[in-house]
Design a binder for this molecule. Structure first.
Ligand SMILES: C[S@@+](CC[C@H](N)C(=O)[O-])C[C@H]1O[C@@H](n2cnc3c(N)ncnc32)[C@H](O)[C@@H]1O
Length: 367
């Protein structure tokens, strides 16, 4: 029997024994189960041959901009030696490689100061565990920058649905021995969450759905407690609450990724597909402020990359590596240079596309 079926059987056995699971608990098992969860099992299924790709898979531009951002932070903090950066959800350290390459080439003093620590479930490090992070802080020292790219969207979320002006929470139960959604009264912290953002969900149409990421609140609180003087940098898809939780977005933002195909069936293939929801950045900002962080920047990935010189880097490359595209265009060499250049330019356009990655949000908070 395939691993996914085994996980499904275990989920079914647990629900038979203990009753329905909140969607958050179901998602926690489907993604994080140590043996068969999507993130815990085997190798990362990210990149061109996996289920989806991230900004860092589109060449070095993203990591180089991140390098410039970290360098600016280092300067602002008075050039600490070392600058401790913790990347949470770091996969296999792909971004670190790009950041280091940029630093060694462009800012050697910063490269020497940079102490970059990647953490990921694939290495057995669960950043939702306070013990894991506290222990690291004791062993390696207080971090100056905590960063996370496309991490918070994978935290287990509670699902809610409006019916006749009432809020229900979606649980995972059983019907004829198969996993099925069922609606029941929500947990109190789920109800109060939506009311914090003054949403008029009571007047929303039947079937209107939203995701509630309580884990993100706990995570921000924990990060704030880890920082003494430094920055929290979060990049992800999502938006402010007022734009996320809208009457005109009745189905919420929950999506699953399997082999570069998107679906809306989170109960299919537990452990075999990624499950994500857009991030409520208002919640991160409010929670950060509640725990002593100040808002430094909230913008789109496009604006952030532009500010950090992505287009200048592209132009620079054209001059230094692809001059044949301009000077010898009629030759084979010139044509090859031109095609390679188009390829690079396309990557930058994808990273900054306002209808795609460019609309991801970048949040920087400071203590
Ligand atoms: C979408 S990937 C992003 C990877 C990387 N940041 C990038 O930019 O390509 C999310 C990563 O977060 C990791 N992850 C998710 N939840 C985690 C947790 N609770 N603790 C540690 N890593 C986690 C996953 O294993 C995965 O590698």
């Amino acid at each position: 029997m395939a691993t996914s079926s085994l996980l499904e059987q275990r989920l079914i056995a647990r629900i038979e024994r203990e009753g329905p699971l909140s969607f958050a608990e179901y998602m926690r098992i489907a993604l994080y189960d140590p043996e068969s969860g999507y993130y815990a099992a085997g190798t990362p299924r990210i990149g061109w041959s996996g289920d989806y790709f991230t900004s860092g898979d589109l060449g070095d531009f993203f990591a180089h901009c991140l390098g410039r951002q970290l360098w600016q932070m280092w300067e602002e903090l008075g050039r600490p030696q070392p600058l401790r950066v913790w990347e949470q959800g770091a996969r296999r350290g792909e971004l670190e490689v790009g950041v280091r390459a940029w630093a060694e080439q462009e800012q050697p003093a910063f490269a020497t100061a940079l102490s970059y620590r990647g953490l990921d479930l694939h290495r057995g490090e669960d950043i939702l565990s306070a013990e894991v992070l506290q222990q690291l802080r004791e062993q390696e020292g207080v971090p100056h920058v905590i960063l996370a790219n496309e991490l918070v969207d994978a935290f287990p979320i509670h699902l809610v649905e409006v019916q006749q002006g009432q809020l229900y929470e979606i649980y995972v139960g059983l019907e004829k021995g198969r996993l099925r959604e069922l609606a029941a009264p929500p947990a109190p912290e789920v109800v109060t969450y939506l009311d914090r953002y003054c949403m008029r969900w009571r007047s929303f149409p039947n079937g209107w759905r939203a995701e509630i990421n309580l884990e993100a609140l706990r995570w921000v609180e924990l990060q704030a407690s880890l920082l003494r003087r430094g920055f929290l940098l979060v990049i992800d898809y999502g938006d402010r609450a007022s734009r996320l939780y809208r009457r005109t977005r009745p189905q919420g933002t929950l999506l699953c990724y399997h082999k570069h195909r998107v679906n809306e069936q989170p109960l299919a293939r537990p452990g075999e597909q990624d499950i994500t929801a857009h991030v409520n950045f208002s919640a991160l900002i409010d929670e950060g402020r509640r725990h002593g962080l100040r808002l430094r920047l909230f913008t789109t990935q496009r604006a952030w990359l532009e500010h950090l010189g992505i287009f200048e880097e592209l132009e620079q490359l054209r001059r230094t590596h692809f001059s044949a595209a301009d000077q010898e265009r009629a030759t084979d060499q010139g044509q090859i240079a031109l095609l390679r250049w188009y390829n690079l330019r396309q990557r930058v356009l994808a990273l900054t596309d306002p209808a795609g990655l460019g609309n991801f949000k970048v949040l920087i908070m400071r203590r």
